[in-house]
Design a protein around this ligand. Sequence first.
Ligand SMILES: N[C@H](CCC[C@H](N)C(=O)O)C(=O)O
Length: 261
Amino acid sequence: MSYPFLKGHGTENDFVVLPDPDGSVHGDLPAERVRALCDRRAGLGADGVLRAVRRGDGWFMDYRNSDGSVSEMCGNGIRVFARYLHEREGEDFPMQVQTRDGVKTLERAGDELTADMGRPEVFGDTKVTVLGTTWAARHVSMGNPHAVAFVDDLADAGPLLQAPEHDEAIFPDGVNVEFVVRRGEHHVAMRVHERGAGETRSCGTGACAVAVVAALADDAPRGTAYRVDVPGGTLSVVWTEDDRVLMTGPAVLVAEGVTDL
Ligand SMILES: N[C@H](CCC[C@H](N)C(=O)O)C(=O)O
């Protein structure tokens, strides 16, 4: 059975968008279909899938990682999802999108989009280990789990071909791990090993977690904008005085078509 898809990315974190307004096309979206769609050789290739389902008079973003696993939230994905809703479903900005981590608001920011990612949850310290080297990390939730480790050089994290070792007691469902270096005042750069996807060119929720940890380390006043460079581009993150994290970045639709994967 053929069905429509779109392809999009935010700072080169790329996604397959699956329109499924009444849920009749994909049902509960089997994990093997997600894996087939995300396969970069035999499929369309993507870090994840964004299924668009109507909920009441709004839309629900059903996010899946490329391994087929479900996650609560996807920061780059929600900007691409909002771009799709605006350009193909007639939704206007500001718009609200329902997610497994609650309702998020998206606004225009020039030719980029700003997502209100809600409140961060800052937990204690933890550790991550890659190829025998262990770094202190900070546990932060943006609706999904993150371990943020400052390193001397982004190359220190190695090829990141497998998930960094982490504390399974703290992260029983896995964790997204960000490795961060300083680039200047309120300016950092990061690499990420994503839960359920491996190393990606960018992670929106990860950039938010990184900016929160950096702001705490800097004792920066709330409202300070952090520039977060990722391999696929740059995101801007502000942790506001009313304890919300606003993330601004690009959202590009690159193709649409039909598939029977
Ligand atoms: N891999 C993440 C979900 C995607 C996050 C990332 N693509 C983003 O832009 O936030 C997880 O399992 O929690």
